[in-house]
Design a protein around this ligand. Sequence first.
Ligand SMILES: NCCC[C@H](NC(=O)CCC(=O)O)C(=O)O
Length: 449
Amino acid sequence: MNKANEANFDGLVGPTHNYSGLSFGNVASLNNVDQPSNPKEAAKQGLTKMKALADMGFIQGVLAPHERPHIPSLRRLGFSGSDAQVLQQASKHAPKILAAASSASCMWTANAATVSPSADTHDGRVHFTPANLVNKFHRSIEHETTGAILAATFNNAEHFAHHQALPSVDHFGDEGAANHTRFSAEYGQQGIEFFVYGMAAFDSSVPKPSRFPARHTLEASQAVARMHGLTDEKVVYAQQNPAVIDAGVFHNDVIAVGNRNAHFYHQEAFLDTEKMQKDIMTAWGDNPETFHFIEVPSQLVSVEECVKSYLFNSQLLSRNANDMTIVVPGECQNIPAVWEYLNSLVAGQGPINQVKVYDLKQSMSNGGGPACLRLRVVLTEAEHAAVNPHCLMNDALYATLNQWVDKHYRDRLIEKDLADPQLLMESRTALDELTKIMQLGSVYDFQKG
Ligand SMILES: NCCC[C@H](NC(=O)CCC(=O)O)C(=O)O
């Protein structure tokens, strides 16, 4: 077994971060439609969390944002003329489509891809499959650029394998790592890959939510497991409880999080909790007493409180073999039942014994907490050394990115600003400079000419 560590790659918030109410089924997105946003503050809140984790000794990476407004998507929908004319026409005839083409939603990198560490895959490489995010138009336009950015960040074919996204149809709706977690005694040993789905596309006997969409299918997860070359006995599938999707839990990472030998989840998260436990224990094998199921009862924290606080959209970080820190958003402190629960959790006998709180309000107002903002990538030392070093957080990159944000970002954005050709120019200028800072090459359409 090679020694390995977990790295977190956070999405850097892009210059067009705004609240457009684009995500039906995501309560925060729907509630904050038409609020002014603050892209500068959003980017800085994200950078602060990244730097804090790097300072705690964790490997922290950065994934670059995408070009927005995305003019090629607007042209594909029939808007034409100069870039300024495309924006103007879209704003006049289809403002919501312009908003969709302007969303900074790629910041939520838990949805960027599914990642399988080398210890789990048939060829001993780290495998990446960008998520097609087909359920929402504004997110369905992410996967190509996501693939290019992942390839420029993990740019070494000996260690990293990059797949194409699954076919872009509902049958293979894939929301990436937001519905995927991995359990293992140590990061470097073969782990259990745990996939959570909202519906089955080819089996109508499987229940579905009725109010809000199930964004991720069983068949999508099975396809990713095949492509990554995972071992059947080490893969577990579980269905999300359709009732919690209907209550606003649009991704499983709003109601469950796992790390190493701990699964922290809400009593109502899964359709069949007993089966989930049994299947994980079968895959875990020997020493069942070393695995922790930490189930939060509805009596202590309701599903509604989970959705409001994002208690489970937390990061579980191993400080050493026995101790974990839980990273939560500030909203957890505002809901007494949640804050009391967290305090009793860290005071108890379990592995989670420290809590850290970060202000991520700009992202939270669109339904993205600490866990949404990061993509976990388990890396051996050799793989870590093969990552593009300009994408790894340290004092210098932190200072450079803060200056870059100060130079290029606005501190207020409302829907009508999205049609401003100046915003497009600002965004392109910023990203062009960023690709030099992070040495990514030409990953954007506007750079390809
Ligand atoms: N994992 C968190 C994802 C949050 C994201 N929200 C959004 O896209 C909201 C954008 C807006 O409404 O402007 C989503 O629902 O996919």
